[in-house]
Design a protein around this ligand. Sequence first.
Ligand SMILES: [Zn+2]
Ligand SMILES: [Zn+2]
Length: 307
Amino acid sequence: MSGFHDVQPDPSAIGRLLKPAFAILPDPPRLFALRAERFGVLAEDSELSPYLRFLAGLTAAQADLAAMLPPATPIPPEQVARARENCMPPLDRAAMAASPSLRHLVTGFLNAVAPLAKPAPAAEGLERLRHAAPEELDEMLGNVMTNSFPVEALPQHLFLSAVAQVHAARLAATLDAARLVPLETGLCPVCGGPPVSSLVVGRQGAEGARYAACAFCGTHWNEVRVKCLACGSTKGVGYKEAEGEGEAATVKAETCDSCRSWIKILYQNKNPSLEAVADDVASLGLDLLMQDTEYRRAGFDPFLIGY
Ligand SMILES: [Zn+2]
Ligand SMILES: [Zn+2]
């Protein structure tokens, strides 16, 4: 008698012990199709219905574009290795702004979204964009890459951001997720952008893990919970939800007393249909509530600028 019991491993316990994957790269057609579907569902019962319906159409056009194109030319391995050595993102946004293949996508995408029902400012913005001189287009694409959307031309930048998202997600999809390394706190390990929101996931093997989501390239990356995604502080992190929702809230504001910023956290483990970008736009009520506090929004959503 050895005194040891023959214990069979419990597969579900092993699943929980596995470290969640650091990065999840996008599958572009699926990413945009799921987002379009979610925008459509959210539009059914919202004060923002017309805008959400427009975004459902816009993201469906992104999905169509992504599905129609052959796989993207991978980011050169030398560039990926160099970025890794220098703690830089492998996707070079500045180079992307000048890319002829992005220019090519812009023309096709603007034609595709022309028939969509859209708010008047978006319709006007699209017309201006379709007649923009090449140098104007260059400047606007440069703005999209640096997340600086000028107030006087928001709709134009929204359309260009949508095209850039497709291009960026296609490039991100060519990478090897296992080769990605964390950059600074709260920065996308693929494109260096800030997160739009973060999600507490419910999928098997990663239950309860938190992933930050990039609205630019569609990558999700693991971040520990109860940590500010703007400054990295783990102290003075709090949670606020829209009035009357209490513990049942599936979207909350994660606030940080160190840098006075906040970012949305979506509890996908409570509602698997939550989507990083669509549910960020649809929960605008929480933004309005947070505007009356001392915290400033740190999440970047190209579809929420101007609100
Ligand atoms: Zn990114
Ligand atoms: Zn902070």
